[in-house]
Design a protein around this ligand. Structure first.
Ligand code: MSP
Length: 532
């Protein structure tokens, strides 16, 4: 069922964000993580397609636009532009930005609908139930909070619906879905989410409605234009439309020719069912291969509640980036929150982590070591080579294992572990330099020992910078430049050629052909707000 691509390509998606409001840090979270994955695969030399975009149809958007007195298209244009500019601020290198109001998308949705229609998986029926407009999803009565409130959008009441809709025969795919989960245990990750889906599917699947009446904002059902295609049916197919080359005719065949199947759908846990149950069933019905993996991360919470546009308890990512820089924001969320689990945001913790890791451990280490090189070695790379340093040297011993360890962590999306493992090398380097006291070695005239210490520390900082580059590309580039490598990690084509993963992820490549740049701080210490 799943096709493993032999070519080294990697296609991944973020969800397509609703444009009912400007992005908040929760939406930015998935996108930052996706960018890190994309950068990591590019670093390894794969050709990568990172897809993101906006989900613009449906009742939620129509109503929000109406409440602002704007036509939905104008409103979507403004909001979608807000997402694009935030991605730029956060240094996200997406390859595609799909908007579901894109004209070409309609052709893809219609062709897909037609395939499923011809399979006989769509029929007209009566839909009765409680609908959460913020989720754009029907809820079971037992899931609701008191006062008929949605469990996710706890300040919103669900609405009763009793209308004729077209249904998709999800129930028909129960056994096939179970076989998919069984055959590919990694299809849904992490494990806790997989179990959630297995429980849900094992309880028995019900068909779901894929059309709405009394809704104009969306594509009409080709066989019955009084009905509008359900926003989720339309949105999931955005992943397919996004695969089209810019000028390509919008057919499924064109869209699926190069990058399909998608390697990874990164999503938040609230939209797991759509991606891990509905989406594969829709693809089965259309006779298409399955994506390789759906990963559902946790929520960013504030005071324990999901941060969200509907709840209005969000944190503005623009302020955060403007205040602290893109690398700082990316680093904090990826290092401090275990991907897959929920995590609370707290500004004073945010500042402490950045000061401790980036300003002190990494930044000061580089700065003071380069200054010692200036003072004790006339600013040149110490004439030491990897071979001069034994394998059991305290830093080399860590460095030799680190590349593989961090690669595994990035590949399995445990970003916090990747960052922590790298920081351990940085911390060991700080300890090493304090213990070895190069200033004393200098006074004692032990030049060779001194040079070995400085070399080992700088090489460790280099390795740390390389391995952290998917997370903090600007800081890593700065470090690499100070160490005399003309590498900009934001230019990934150049990086994959000039700093290939197989070589740069191992310890001991610094040579005295490098010409060090002028030392300068890579991350300025942040002051805690006085009343913070
Ligand atoms: N439009 C749908 C997705 C369609 S994909 C074909 C949607 N959009 S959304 O804007 O509401 O949410 C997009 C993503 O942001 C989801 O993965 C959701 O989990 C994530 N987040 C929204 N709030 C979040 C937090 N507070 N924390 C972490 N992620 C959160 O659903």
């Amino acid at each position: 069922m799943s096709v493993n691509k032999i070519e080294k390509t990697f296609a991944l998606t973020t969800p397509l964000y609703y444009v009912n409001d400007l992005p908040h840090i929760g939406s930015a979270y998935t996108t930052m993580a996706a960018d890190v994955v994309a950068r990591f695969h590019r670093l390894k030399g794969s050709s990568v397609l990172l897809i993101t975009g906006t989900d613009e149809h449906g009742q939620k958007i129509q109503r929000t636009a109406q409440s602002k007195g704007q036509p939905p298209q104008n409103f979507s244009d403004q909001m979608s532009a807000g997402f694009m500019s935030l991605w730029e601020l956060l240094n996200i290198q997406h390859d595609r930005f799909i908007r579901t109001t894109d004209e070409r998308h309609q052709a893809i949705v219609e062709e897909f609908f037609q395939r499923v229609w011809e399979t006989g998986d769509i029929y007209l029926g009566q839909q009765k139930g409680w609908y959460c407009v913020s989720c754009e999803e029907f809820k079971e009565e037992r899931e609701l909070l008191s006062g008929h409130r949605c469990p996710i959008h706890t300040n919103k009441e669900v609405e009763w619906r009793d209308e004729q809709n077209y249904f998709f025969r999800l129930s028909k795919y129960q056994t096939q879905l179970q076989a998919l989960y069984q055959e590919f245990p990694d299809f849904i990750q992490p494990e806790s989410r997989r179990n959630e889906v297995l429980n849900f599917v094992n309880q028995g699947l019900q068909d779901f409605s894929i059309s709405r009446v009394n809704l104009e904002w969306g594509f009409p059902i080709p066989v019955d234009p009084k009905h509008t295609i359900y926003v989720w049916f339309d949105a999931l197919l955005g992943y397919v439309t996004a695969l089209l080359e810019p000028e390509e005719t919008p057919t499924l065949e064109n869209a699926l020719s190069k990058w399909w199947p998608i390697n990874l759908h990164l999503i938040g846990k609230d939209i797991l069912r759509f991606h891990a149950v509905y989406w594969p069933a829709m693809l089965m019905s259309a006779g298409l291969p399955m994506p390789n993996q759906v990963f559902g991360h946790g929520f960013l919470t504030k005071d324990g509640q999901k941060m969200g546009k509907s709840l209005g308890n969000t944190l503005d990512p623009i302020t955060l980036v403007k205040c602290y820089g893109a690398d700082a924001v990316r680093y904090y969320f990826l290092k401090e929150i275990e991907f897959g689990k929920d995590g609370d945001f707290n500004e004073s913790r945010f500042i402490n982590v950045l000061n401790a890791d980036l300003a002190n451990d990494l930044g000061n280490l580089l700065n003071r070591t380069l200054n010692m090189v200036k003072k004790y070695c006339a600013g040149n790379v110490p004439p030491v080579t990897n071979e001069d340093i034994p394998k059991d040297h305290p830093l080399k011993a860590i460095g030799l294992r680190l590349g593989e360890q961090v690669k595994d962590a990035y590949e399995t999306l445990v970003f916090s572990q990747a960052c922590e493992a790298i920081l351990l090398l940085v911390q060991a380097s700080n300890k090493f330099i304090d213990e070895q006291a190069p200033w004393t070695l200098y006074k004692q005239g032990q030049q060779q020992a001194l040079e070995q210490v400085l070399y080992a520390v700088l090489e460790s900082v280099r390795l740390a910078a390389y391995l952290l580059s998917p997370v903090i590309p600007n800081i890593s580039s700065d470090i690499y430049q100070q160490l005399g490598f003309g590498i900009d990690f934001n230019n990934q084509v150049q990086t994959s050629i000039a700093a290939p993963f197989t070589i740069h992820s191992s310890w001991g490549i610094l040579t005295n052909q490098n010409k060090f740049g002028e030392p300068h701080p890579i991350f300025k210490r942040i002051e805690q707000p006085k009343n913070g």
